[in-house]
Design a protein around this ligand. Structure first.
Ligand code: HEM
Length: 357
């Protein structure tokens, strides 16, 4: 007697008959990566935090009201009245910080392993825009609680835009939706935060991850373009992406989830007094990821202060085209590694200085 397949299998067969899902899964998962690859799961962890941000962000928008009269009270309501509202808000706040941290760490691993070189120029370029959007998420989200810190940090932050040559004044008015920070700024930041930024990030991620999939991960012991490997050697040097690599990745996500919940529970997101445009607080500091810039701006003329990060960003974007050394390992590219290390040390130094001062 022939036994019938379980209903879930039959449903899968039915769906597969229409969408050809098995072929799609096969193409997506059955790739192999060089055993020498060390990603430290940093890109995947950044992706994980983005997914956490989407879920917690959607939950927050259900209660958040983006007007100066209601924003602060709606945050209080989320924290005090909504079941687990305080936890969702804290996870969102910590998730934002950790996403930025891991995005930067991912960039540093790519840089120091040298795997940004041809043919990965577009993957790298999309990555730079991804980092910019991730920072943009942080900047626009900061204003939304509409407390003193939010209001004044955004006042100072947008003021810096004025120093950008030629377009500074337009940029300031564009960001604030007028010369001052008002209800219109809040609704503009909200729109950018919940629509423009997520759409841009998803678009860039699609480019980024499709390229990673199509090109495979780079062997960091190699060079650009990769040296051909003889078919006999191939198998021993490759690791199946599914299930071997993905299993480790999921464990890393699980650990990150635990860390996120512990941090959000022990150090919940705070709230200061409601925003008051007439009372300037004594010290207004930006979030940690903009502290190096804040400290830098204290010592150099404003024009230099805004131009240097713009040039830095452009150099980073064009790095795969500027750096013509074909080798990946650090000892074969001492100049790039030295410049990178000095930059990292300078940024950490300025950040700590900004923090302490
Ligand atoms: C939202 C931010 C980002 C996400 C979610 C993301 C995600 C990923 C993932 C999952 C991978 C696969 C390998 C790995 O996990 O390391 C990857 C690879 C890569 N990423 Fe990102 N990434 C982001 C930002 C960046 C940034 C800022 C850069 C650098 C400017 C970058 C450059 C690259 C490159 C060049 C690869 C290919 C590496 C290789 O072939 O070994 N990514 N990314």
């Amino acid at each position: 007697m022939q036994t019938q397949k379980p209903i879930t299998w039959r449903f899968w067969d039915w769906l597969d008959g229409r969408y050809k899902l098995a072929a799609l899964m096969e193409a997506m998962l059955h790739v192999e990566i060089p055993r020498t690859v060390r990603t430290y799961y940093l890109g995947g962890i950044t992706l994980f935090f983005f997914m956490v941000q989407v879920v917690t962000g959607i939950l927050l928008t259900i209660y958040y009201q983006p007007t100066p009269d209601t924003a602060y009270d709606s945050i209080l309501f989320i924290m005090n009245e909504v079941n687990f509202g305080w936890l969702i808000r804290s996870v969102h706040a910590w998730g934002a910080n950790l996403m930025i941290l891991f995005c930067v760490l991912h960039l540093l691993r790519i840089f120091f392993q040298g795997v940004y070189k041809a043919p990965r120029e577009i993957t790298w370029g999309a990555g730079i825009f991804l980092l910019a959007v991730t920072l943009g998420f942080g900047f626009t989200g900061y204003l939304l609680p509409w407390d003193q810190r939010a209001f004044w940090a955004t006042t100072v932050g947008t003021e810096i835009a004025r120093a950008v040559p030629l377009i500074g004044e337009y940029l300031l008015v564009f960001l604030r939706s007028g010369p001052e920070i008002t209800a219109r700024t809040l609704s503009r930041f909200y729109g950018i935060h919940v629509l423009v930024m997520p759409a841009s990030l998803v678009f860039l991620l699609a480019i980024h991850l499709t390229l990673v999939h199509q090109q495979g991960l780079a062997d960091p012991t190699g060079s650009a373009p990769p040296e051909p490997v003889s078919p006999g050697q191939d198998k021993k040097k490759l690791l199946p992406f599914f299930p071997n690599y993905i299993l480790d990745e999921v464990i890393a996500w699980y650990v990150m989830l635990a860390i996120l919940i512990i941090l959000a529970s022990i150090f919940p997101a705070g709230l200061e007094e409601p925003a008051n445009p007439l009372v300037t607080p004594e010290h207004t500091k930006p979030e940690w990821y903009f502290l190096f810039l804040y400290q830098w701006l204290k010592f150099v003329p404003r024009l230099v202060g805004v131009i240097t990060p713009l040039i830095g960003g452009l150099v980073l974007l064009l790095l795969p085209l500027i750096d013509r050394n074909p080798h990946f390992p650090a000892h074969k590219r001492p100049v790039a590694v030295a410049i990178g290390a000095i930059t990292v040390i300078a940024v950490i130094f300025l950040t700590i200085w900004g923090w302490l001062s």
